[in-house]
Design a binder for this molecule. Sequence first.
Ligand code: IPD
Length: 307
Amino acid sequence: MKPDLEDQAASAEGPWEECFELAVQLALRAGQIIRKALSEEKQVSTKTSAADLVTETDHLVEDLIISEMQKRFPSHRFIAEEAAAAGAKCVLTPSPTWIIDPIDGTCNFVHRFPTVAVSIGFAVNQEVRDPRRPGPCPSGPGAPVQLEFGVIYHCTEERLYTGRRGRGAFCNGQRLQVSGETDLSKALVLTEIGPKRDPATLKLFLSNMERLLHAKAHGVRVIGSSTLALCLLASGAADAYYQFGLHCWDLAAATVIIREAGGIVMDTSGGPLDLMSCRVVAAGTREMATLIAQALQTINYGRDDEK
Ligand code: IPD
């Protein structure tokens, strides 16, 4: 396939350098907008449940990020939280694809709880195409997607987390390293509740937490922003993370950051990560991730690419 012009314009630093730099610039710009809006009145609406919130700032920031990226890279594709909520399909194809959560921690943002982030991931599908089977690449299990980089900006603490495939993970220039803990009875575990609040889902959610506490984990924490919880894992400040109901825009950027900090990101079945499956276990070590995966009961949230 002939590379696009903008792809050819990449600097000697690597093929996606220009994209990475733009993601950093836009995350910082979005962060300024979110910081200012945090203390102001907001127009709040609900999406899939009474706990699944969106504000005018989510839309403003998403539109800004996508329009600036489109100007620079018109052939690139986008998967973004609010566009998906409005019915856009989440499909990974061979084209370079930006995966965006304009405000991760919208519920925190609404309550002025200062744990909110902008998350921008970038995926490239580098599968060698079979010319006899044209059409989009499969985005289900085993889809040959390569996550190239992730940028997550903690808007209020002004912490910029980045990870680039093969080049390490950093927070404000300091290299990140996951914890080496393998023993669940010595672990600090992070999770998030997710938007579904029907009795059956809540029962499974609480029973999963109970299982980890029975296994004598030191603690289980919920901070209200999955991307920032995953960044804390990448920093070694926690030993594991799990969640059902996590979308690809919550996970794409953080996955690169965790992997580049030496960690493991996998499916809750213990198999390879499937970005579209809405379920994840991440940990500093494979042993820890496997122990968590074995302890969990599955909560079915469907798939992002089937909505
Ligand atoms: C949500 C937050 C929340 C998690 C949800 C996410 P949003 O993202 O990360 O902590 O429980 O699963 O979707 O809606 O604030 O961007």
